[in-house]
Ligand binder design. Structure first.
Ligand SMILES: Cc1cc2nc3c(=O)[nH]c(=O)nc-3n(C[C@H](O)[C@H](O)[C@H](O)COP(=O)(O)OP(=O)(O)OC[C@H]3O[C@@H](n4cnc5c(N)ncnc54)[C@H](O)[C@@H]3O)c2cc1C
Length: 383
Protein backbone atom coordinates (compact mmCIF):
# COMPACT_ATOMS: atom_id res chain seq x y z
CA UNK A 1 0.00 0.00 0.00
CA UNK A 2 1.27 3.47 -0.80
CA UNK A 3 0.16 6.76 0.65
CA UNK A 4 1.76 8.59 -2.27
CA UNK A 5 0.20 9.37 -5.64
CA UNK A 6 1.81 10.16 -8.98
CA UNK A 7 2.16 13.89 -8.23
CA UNK A 8 3.96 13.04 -4.98
CA UNK A 9 6.33 10.72 -6.87
CA UNK A 10 7.12 13.42 -9.42
CA UNK A 11 7.72 15.93 -6.66
CA UNK A 12 9.97 13.43 -4.87
CA UNK A 13 12.14 13.03 -7.97
CA UNK A 14 12.44 16.81 -8.33
CA UNK A 15 13.43 17.37 -4.70
CA UNK A 16 15.80 14.40 -4.72
CA UNK A 17 17.60 15.70 -7.81
CA UNK A 18 17.86 19.18 -6.30
CA UNK A 19 19.21 17.82 -2.99
CA UNK A 20 21.83 15.68 -4.77
CA UNK A 21 22.96 18.38 -7.17
CA UNK A 22 22.71 21.60 -5.16
CA UNK A 23 22.77 20.70 -1.46
CA UNK A 24 24.96 17.61 -0.98
CA UNK A 25 28.06 19.24 -2.53
CA UNK A 26 27.77 22.20 -0.11
CA UNK A 27 26.86 20.65 3.24
CA UNK A 28 30.40 20.23 4.58
CA UNK A 29 31.03 23.92 4.01
CA UNK A 30 27.75 24.95 5.64
CA UNK A 31 28.40 22.68 8.62
CA UNK A 32 31.82 24.31 9.01
CA UNK A 33 30.36 27.82 8.80
CA UNK A 34 27.44 27.03 11.12
CA UNK A 35 24.84 28.46 8.76
CA UNK A 36 23.13 27.89 5.47
CA UNK A 37 23.21 30.72 2.95
CA UNK A 38 20.19 32.93 2.30
CA UNK A 39 20.53 32.00 -1.33
CA UNK A 40 19.40 28.44 -0.47
CA UNK A 41 16.05 29.72 0.82
CA UNK A 42 15.59 31.88 -2.31
CA UNK A 43 16.45 28.93 -4.55
CA UNK A 44 14.02 26.66 -2.67
CA UNK A 45 11.40 29.40 -3.06
CA UNK A 46 12.10 29.70 -6.78
CA UNK A 47 11.55 25.95 -7.15
CA UNK A 48 8.26 26.12 -5.27
CA UNK A 49 9.50 24.02 -2.33
CA UNK A 50 8.75 26.51 0.47
CA UNK A 51 4.99 26.76 0.25
CA UNK A 52 3.81 23.42 -1.03
CA UNK A 53 0.56 23.48 0.96
CA UNK A 54 -0.03 27.23 1.01
CA UNK A 55 -2.81 28.83 -1.06
CA UNK A 56 -1.91 29.52 -4.67
CA UNK A 57 -3.07 33.15 -4.35
CA UNK A 58 0.04 33.83 -2.20
CA UNK A 59 2.35 31.84 -4.46
CA UNK A 60 1.93 28.47 -2.73
CA UNK A 61 1.33 25.08 -4.30
CA UNK A 62 -2.08 24.27 -2.77
CA UNK A 63 -0.98 20.63 -2.29
CA UNK A 64 -1.74 18.21 0.55
CA UNK A 65 0.24 17.16 3.63
CA UNK A 66 1.84 14.18 1.85
CA UNK A 67 3.70 16.62 -0.37
CA UNK A 68 5.24 18.10 2.78
CA UNK A 69 6.15 14.62 4.01
CA UNK A 70 7.97 14.07 0.70
CA UNK A 71 9.80 17.38 1.10
CA UNK A 72 10.95 16.47 4.62
CA UNK A 73 12.00 12.94 3.64
CA UNK A 74 14.04 14.15 0.69
CA UNK A 75 15.64 17.06 2.55
CA UNK A 76 16.70 14.60 5.26
CA UNK A 77 18.72 12.66 2.67
CA UNK A 78 21.29 15.46 2.31
CA UNK A 79 23.27 13.93 5.22
CA UNK A 80 23.24 17.15 7.26
CA UNK A 81 20.36 17.23 9.71
CA UNK A 82 20.81 20.95 10.27
CA UNK A 83 19.98 21.85 6.66
CA UNK A 84 16.71 19.90 6.71
CA UNK A 85 15.93 21.25 10.19
CA UNK A 86 16.36 24.92 9.18
CA UNK A 87 14.18 24.48 6.11
CA UNK A 88 11.41 22.56 7.92
CA UNK A 89 11.39 25.10 10.79
CA UNK A 90 10.68 27.72 8.12
CA UNK A 91 8.08 25.76 6.15
CA UNK A 92 6.34 23.71 8.83
CA UNK A 93 7.28 24.63 12.37
CA UNK A 94 6.63 28.39 12.24
CA UNK A 95 4.92 29.78 9.11
CA UNK A 96 1.89 27.39 9.24
CA UNK A 97 0.55 29.50 12.11
CA UNK A 98 0.51 32.49 9.76
CA UNK A 99 -1.29 30.52 7.06
CA UNK A 100 -3.80 29.09 9.51
CA UNK A 101 -4.46 31.98 11.89
CA UNK A 102 -3.26 35.06 10.05
CA UNK A 103 -5.63 37.82 9.01
CA UNK A 104 -5.88 38.59 5.30
CA UNK A 105 -3.67 41.63 5.94
CA UNK A 106 -1.01 39.54 7.75
CA UNK A 107 -1.01 36.91 5.04
CA UNK A 108 -0.79 39.52 2.28
CA UNK A 109 2.12 41.25 4.08
CA UNK A 110 4.19 38.16 4.88
CA UNK A 111 3.14 34.95 3.16
CA UNK A 112 4.45 35.76 -0.37
CA UNK A 113 7.92 36.58 1.05
CA UNK A 114 7.88 33.42 3.20
CA UNK A 115 7.01 31.30 0.15
CA UNK A 116 9.62 32.97 -2.06
CA UNK A 117 12.33 32.57 0.59
CA UNK A 118 12.90 36.31 0.92
CA UNK A 119 11.90 36.19 4.58
CA UNK A 120 13.21 33.33 6.71
CA UNK A 121 11.00 32.31 9.65
CA UNK A 122 11.86 31.30 13.20
CA UNK A 123 9.75 29.98 16.07
CA UNK A 124 10.49 31.56 19.45
CA UNK A 125 8.62 29.67 22.15
CA UNK A 126 11.31 28.19 24.40
CA UNK A 127 12.83 30.34 27.14
CA UNK A 128 15.63 29.77 29.63
CA UNK A 129 12.97 28.98 32.27
CA UNK A 130 10.31 27.36 30.06
CA UNK A 131 10.93 24.44 27.70
CA UNK A 132 8.65 21.41 28.00
CA UNK A 133 6.53 23.51 30.35
CA UNK A 134 5.34 25.85 27.61
CA UNK A 135 2.75 27.51 29.84
CA UNK A 136 5.60 28.81 32.00
CA UNK A 137 6.66 31.43 29.44
CA UNK A 138 7.76 34.65 31.17
CA UNK A 139 8.25 36.99 28.18
CA UNK A 140 5.53 39.58 28.60
CA UNK A 141 3.64 41.57 26.00
CA UNK A 142 1.76 44.65 27.17
CA UNK A 143 -0.61 46.82 25.16
CA UNK A 144 0.78 50.25 24.45
CA UNK A 145 -1.67 52.35 22.42
CA UNK A 146 -2.14 50.49 19.13
CA UNK A 147 1.06 48.49 19.66
CA UNK A 148 2.32 45.73 21.92
CA UNK A 149 5.57 46.05 23.87
CA UNK A 150 7.51 42.84 24.50
CA UNK A 151 10.10 42.24 27.22
CA UNK A 152 11.88 38.98 27.99
CA UNK A 153 14.19 36.43 26.44
CA UNK A 154 14.06 33.31 24.28
CA UNK A 155 16.50 30.49 23.77
CA UNK A 156 17.11 27.66 21.29
CA UNK A 157 15.51 29.68 18.48
CA UNK A 158 16.36 27.87 15.23
CA UNK A 159 16.96 30.36 12.37
CA UNK A 160 17.08 32.94 15.16
CA UNK A 161 20.48 34.37 14.20
CA UNK A 162 19.84 34.78 10.48
CA UNK A 163 16.02 34.81 10.34
CA UNK A 164 13.72 37.73 9.46
CA UNK A 165 10.33 36.92 10.91
CA UNK A 166 9.93 35.55 14.44
CA UNK A 167 6.82 33.80 15.70
CA UNK A 168 7.01 34.83 19.34
CA UNK A 169 4.93 33.50 22.23
CA UNK A 170 4.42 35.88 25.14
CA UNK A 171 2.32 36.29 28.25
CA UNK A 172 -0.52 38.75 27.76
CA UNK A 173 -2.80 37.82 30.64
CA UNK A 174 -2.31 37.66 34.39
CA UNK A 175 -5.48 36.03 35.66
CA UNK A 176 -6.85 32.50 35.46
CA UNK A 177 -4.94 29.36 34.41
CA UNK A 178 -1.41 29.94 33.06
CA UNK A 179 -2.23 28.41 29.69
CA UNK A 180 -4.97 30.96 29.12
CA UNK A 181 -2.57 33.88 29.38
CA UNK A 182 -0.41 33.43 26.28
CA UNK A 183 -0.58 35.01 22.83
CA UNK A 184 1.44 34.75 19.63
CA UNK A 185 3.04 37.66 17.80
CA UNK A 186 4.82 38.27 14.53
CA UNK A 187 8.00 40.24 15.20
CA UNK A 188 10.30 41.43 12.45
CA UNK A 189 14.03 41.03 12.86
CA UNK A 190 14.96 44.71 12.55
CA UNK A 191 12.50 45.86 15.25
CA UNK A 192 14.40 48.09 17.72
CA UNK A 193 15.07 46.35 21.05
CA UNK A 194 15.28 42.83 19.57
CA UNK A 195 18.83 41.48 19.77
CA UNK A 196 20.55 38.15 19.26
CA UNK A 197 22.51 37.80 22.51
CA UNK A 198 24.24 34.55 21.56
CA UNK A 199 24.63 32.00 18.80
CA UNK A 200 24.59 28.64 20.59
CA UNK A 201 27.42 26.17 20.08
CA UNK A 202 25.75 22.78 19.63
CA UNK A 203 26.63 19.08 19.48
CA UNK A 204 25.02 18.59 16.07
CA UNK A 205 22.69 20.23 13.55
CA UNK A 206 25.66 22.54 12.98
CA UNK A 207 24.43 24.09 9.74
CA UNK A 208 21.24 25.31 11.43
CA UNK A 209 21.79 28.42 13.50
CA UNK A 210 20.37 28.50 17.02
CA UNK A 211 19.94 31.76 18.91
CA UNK A 212 19.35 33.29 22.27
CA UNK A 213 17.17 36.37 21.84
CA UNK A 214 16.56 39.36 24.08
CA UNK A 215 13.46 41.55 23.86
CA UNK A 216 13.83 44.99 25.44
CA UNK A 217 10.79 47.20 24.92
CA UNK A 218 10.24 45.67 21.49
CA UNK A 219 7.20 47.39 19.94
CA UNK A 220 5.24 45.35 17.48
CA UNK A 221 2.05 46.70 15.90
CA UNK A 222 -1.36 45.57 17.17
CA UNK A 223 -1.89 44.22 13.66
CA UNK A 224 0.86 41.64 14.37
CA UNK A 225 -1.03 39.76 17.07
CA UNK A 226 -1.44 36.31 15.54
CA UNK A 227 -4.77 34.66 16.23
CA UNK A 228 -6.63 35.50 19.41
CA UNK A 229 -5.34 37.26 22.50
CA UNK A 230 -4.74 34.79 25.37
CA UNK A 231 -5.41 31.80 23.08
CA UNK A 232 -1.74 31.32 22.19
CA UNK A 233 -1.27 28.10 24.16
CA UNK A 234 -4.23 26.43 22.46
CA UNK A 235 -3.14 27.72 19.07
CA UNK A 236 0.35 26.30 19.63
CA UNK A 237 -0.95 22.99 20.94
CA UNK A 238 -3.17 22.59 17.87
CA UNK A 239 -0.17 23.13 15.57
CA UNK A 240 2.26 20.81 17.31
CA UNK A 241 1.01 17.64 15.61
CA UNK A 242 2.46 18.84 12.30
CA UNK A 243 5.94 19.49 13.72
CA UNK A 244 5.97 16.19 15.62
CA UNK A 245 5.04 14.23 12.51
CA UNK A 246 7.77 15.95 10.55
CA UNK A 247 10.32 15.27 13.30
CA UNK A 248 9.33 11.60 12.92
CA UNK A 249 9.50 11.69 9.10
CA UNK A 250 12.91 13.41 9.11
CA UNK A 251 14.24 10.87 11.61
CA UNK A 252 13.03 7.85 9.65
CA UNK A 253 14.35 9.14 6.34
CA UNK A 254 17.78 10.12 7.69
CA UNK A 255 18.06 6.79 9.51
CA UNK A 256 17.21 4.94 6.28
CA UNK A 257 19.98 6.88 4.54
CA UNK A 258 22.41 5.98 7.34
CA UNK A 259 21.45 2.30 7.04
CA UNK A 260 22.05 2.46 3.25
CA UNK A 261 25.46 4.03 3.89
CA UNK A 262 26.17 1.29 6.43
CA UNK A 263 25.15 -1.48 4.00
CA UNK A 264 27.58 -0.09 1.41
CA UNK A 265 30.32 0.06 4.02
CA UNK A 266 29.72 -3.51 5.24
CA UNK A 267 29.96 -4.78 1.67
CA UNK A 268 33.28 -3.10 0.89
CA UNK A 269 35.10 -3.40 4.25
CA UNK A 270 37.06 -6.63 4.63
CA UNK A 271 37.92 -8.40 7.89
CA UNK A 272 39.29 -11.90 8.38
CA UNK A 273 39.38 -12.39 4.61
CA UNK A 274 35.77 -11.54 3.79
CA UNK A 275 33.40 -8.56 3.68
CA UNK A 276 31.87 -7.47 6.99
CA UNK A 277 28.46 -7.97 5.36
CA UNK A 278 29.03 -11.75 5.59
CA UNK A 279 29.51 -11.77 9.39
CA UNK A 280 26.36 -13.06 11.02
CA UNK A 281 26.71 -10.91 14.15
CA UNK A 282 26.61 -7.78 11.97
CA UNK A 283 23.93 -9.12 9.63
CA UNK A 284 21.63 -9.63 12.65
CA UNK A 285 22.33 -6.18 14.06
CA UNK A 286 21.57 -4.75 10.63
CA UNK A 287 18.31 -6.74 10.34
CA UNK A 288 17.11 -5.56 13.77
CA UNK A 289 17.86 -1.95 12.86
CA UNK A 290 16.05 -2.27 9.53
CA UNK A 291 13.01 -3.86 11.22
CA UNK A 292 12.66 -1.15 13.86
CA UNK A 293 13.04 1.50 11.16
CA UNK A 294 10.26 -0.05 9.10
CA UNK A 295 8.00 -0.12 12.16
CA UNK A 296 8.80 3.56 12.75
CA UNK A 297 8.03 4.40 9.11
CA UNK A 298 4.65 2.64 9.16
CA UNK A 299 3.65 4.22 12.48
CA UNK A 300 4.61 7.64 11.09
CA UNK A 301 2.66 7.12 7.87
CA UNK A 302 -0.37 5.89 9.77
CA UNK A 303 -0.34 8.95 12.06
CA UNK A 304 0.26 11.19 9.01
CA UNK A 305 -2.76 9.69 7.25
CA UNK A 306 -4.98 10.55 10.24
CA UNK A 307 -3.53 14.06 10.36
CA UNK A 308 -3.96 14.55 6.59
CA UNK A 309 -7.60 13.43 6.89
CA UNK A 310 -8.08 15.90 9.79
CA UNK A 311 -9.05 13.07 12.14
CA UNK A 312 -8.16 13.03 15.86
CA UNK A 313 -4.53 11.92 15.99
CA UNK A 314 -2.78 13.25 19.09
CA UNK A 315 -2.06 9.79 20.53
CA UNK A 316 -0.92 8.30 17.21
CA UNK A 317 1.27 11.34 16.44
CA UNK A 318 2.80 11.21 19.92
CA UNK A 319 3.50 7.49 19.46
CA UNK A 320 5.05 8.11 16.04
CA UNK A 321 7.23 10.97 17.35
CA UNK A 322 8.31 8.89 20.35
CA UNK A 323 8.98 5.67 18.48
CA UNK A 324 10.55 7.11 15.32
CA UNK A 325 12.97 9.47 17.04
CA UNK A 326 14.03 6.81 19.56
CA UNK A 327 14.36 4.22 16.75
CA UNK A 328 16.54 6.63 14.72
CA UNK A 329 18.84 6.94 17.73
CA UNK A 330 19.08 3.16 18.11
CA UNK A 331 19.84 2.91 14.39
CA UNK A 332 22.48 5.64 14.78
CA UNK A 333 24.16 3.65 17.56
CA UNK A 334 24.18 0.51 15.43
CA UNK A 335 25.47 2.30 12.33
CA UNK A 336 28.37 3.84 14.23
CA UNK A 337 29.14 0.47 15.83
CA UNK A 338 29.11 -1.35 12.48
CA UNK A 339 31.53 1.24 11.03
CA UNK A 340 34.04 0.52 13.83
CA UNK A 341 36.54 3.34 14.35
CA UNK A 342 35.49 4.98 11.10
CA UNK A 343 32.06 5.56 12.62
CA UNK A 344 33.71 7.82 15.17
CA UNK A 345 35.46 10.25 12.82
CA UNK A 346 34.03 13.38 11.33
CA UNK A 347 34.30 12.51 7.64
CA UNK A 348 31.97 9.50 8.00
CA UNK A 349 28.31 10.46 7.35
CA UNK A 350 26.88 8.19 10.06
CA UNK A 351 28.93 10.06 12.67
CA UNK A 352 27.12 13.30 11.76
CA UNK A 353 23.80 11.50 11.63
CA UNK A 354 24.31 10.20 15.19
CA UNK A 355 25.08 13.72 16.46
CA UNK A 356 22.33 15.47 14.51
CA UNK A 357 19.39 13.17 15.19
CA UNK A 358 20.13 13.02 18.93
CA UNK A 359 18.15 16.26 18.95
CA UNK A 360 14.82 14.79 17.99
CA UNK A 361 14.11 12.89 21.20
CA UNK A 362 14.44 16.29 22.94
CA UNK A 363 12.97 18.97 20.65
CA UNK A 364 9.38 19.32 19.41
CA UNK A 365 8.19 17.62 22.60
CA UNK A 366 10.65 15.29 24.31
CA UNK A 367 10.18 11.51 24.54
CA UNK A 368 9.12 11.95 28.18
CA UNK A 369 6.48 14.50 27.17
CA UNK A 370 5.24 12.14 24.43
CA UNK A 371 4.93 9.33 27.02
CA UNK A 372 3.01 11.70 29.28
CA UNK A 373 0.54 12.53 26.50
CA UNK A 374 0.05 8.88 25.54
CA UNK A 375 -0.32 7.61 29.11
CA UNK A 376 -2.69 10.44 30.06
CA UNK A 377 -4.94 9.53 27.14
CA UNK A 378 -4.79 5.78 27.83
CA UNK A 379 -4.75 5.75 31.62
CA UNK A 380 -6.30 9.09 32.57
CA UNK A 381 -4.66 11.86 34.60
CA UNK A 382 -2.13 10.87 37.25
CA UNK A 383 -3.06 12.15 40.73
C1 LIG B 1 19.07 22.48 18.63
C2 LIG B 1 17.76 22.88 19.22
C3 LIG B 1 16.86 23.59 18.44
C4 LIG B 1 15.65 24.01 18.97
N1 LIG B 1 14.82 24.80 18.22
C5 LIG B 1 13.76 25.42 18.80
C6 LIG B 1 13.01 26.42 18.12
O1 LIG B 1 13.26 26.70 16.95
N2 LIG B 1 12.03 27.07 18.80
C7 LIG B 1 11.72 26.79 20.10
O2 LIG B 1 10.83 27.43 20.65
N3 LIG B 1 12.40 25.83 20.78
C8 LIG B 1 13.41 25.16 20.16
N4 LIG B 1 14.14 24.20 20.87
C9 LIG B 1 13.80 23.93 22.25
C10 LIG B 1 13.26 22.54 22.49
O3 LIG B 1 11.95 22.44 22.00
C11 LIG B 1 13.37 22.30 24.00
O4 LIG B 1 14.73 22.05 24.26
C12 LIG B 1 12.49 21.19 24.50
O5 LIG B 1 11.15 21.62 24.46
C13 LIG B 1 12.83 20.76 25.92
O6 LIG B 1 12.84 21.86 26.77
P1 LIG B 1 14.11 22.11 27.73
O7 LIG B 1 15.33 22.05 26.88
O8 LIG B 1 13.87 23.37 28.48
O9 LIG B 1 14.15 20.90 28.71
P2 LIG B 1 13.24 20.68 30.02
O10 LIG B 1 11.83 20.99 29.72
O11 LIG B 1 13.87 21.40 31.16
O12 LIG B 1 13.38 19.12 30.22
C14 LIG B 1 14.52 18.51 30.84
C15 LIG B 1 14.23 17.01 30.99
O13 LIG B 1 13.07 16.82 31.80
C16 LIG B 1 12.12 16.06 31.09
N5 LIG B 1 10.77 16.51 31.42
C17 LIG B 1 10.28 17.77 31.36
N6 LIG B 1 8.98 17.78 31.73
C18 LIG B 1 8.64 16.51 32.01
C19 LIG B 1 7.44 15.86 32.46
N7 LIG B 1 6.31 16.53 32.66
N8 LIG B 1 7.49 14.53 32.69
C20 LIG B 1 8.62 13.81 32.49
N9 LIG B 1 9.78 14.37 32.07
C21 LIG B 1 9.80 15.70 31.84
C22 LIG B 1 12.42 16.32 29.61
O14 LIG B 1 11.90 15.29 28.78
C23 LIG B 1 13.93 16.35 29.64
O15 LIG B 1 14.42 15.05 29.61
C24 LIG B 1 15.32 23.70 20.31
C25 LIG B 1 16.22 22.94 21.10
C26 LIG B 1 17.42 22.55 20.57
C27 LIG B 1 18.37 21.78 21.45
Amino acid sequence: MSYFREEHRLFRSAVRRFVEEEIVPCVDDWEERGEIPRSLFRRLGELGFLGVEYPTEYGGGGADFWMTVVLAEEMARCRAGGVAFSVIVHTDMSSPWLARLGTDDQKARYLPAVISGDKVCALAITEPGAGSDMAGIATRAVRDGDDWTLNGSKTFTTNGVYGDLYFVSARTGSEGPRHRQLSQFLVERDTPGLTVSKKLDKTGMLSSDTAELVFEDVRTPGANLLGEENRGFHQLAAGLQRERLLAAALSVSAAAQALDDTAAYLRQRQAFGRPLSELQALRHRFADAAASLEAARQLTYHAASLFAAEEPCEVQVSMAKLYATEAANRVAYECVQMHGGYGYVRETPVERFARDYRLWTIAAGSSEVMREIISRRLLGDAP
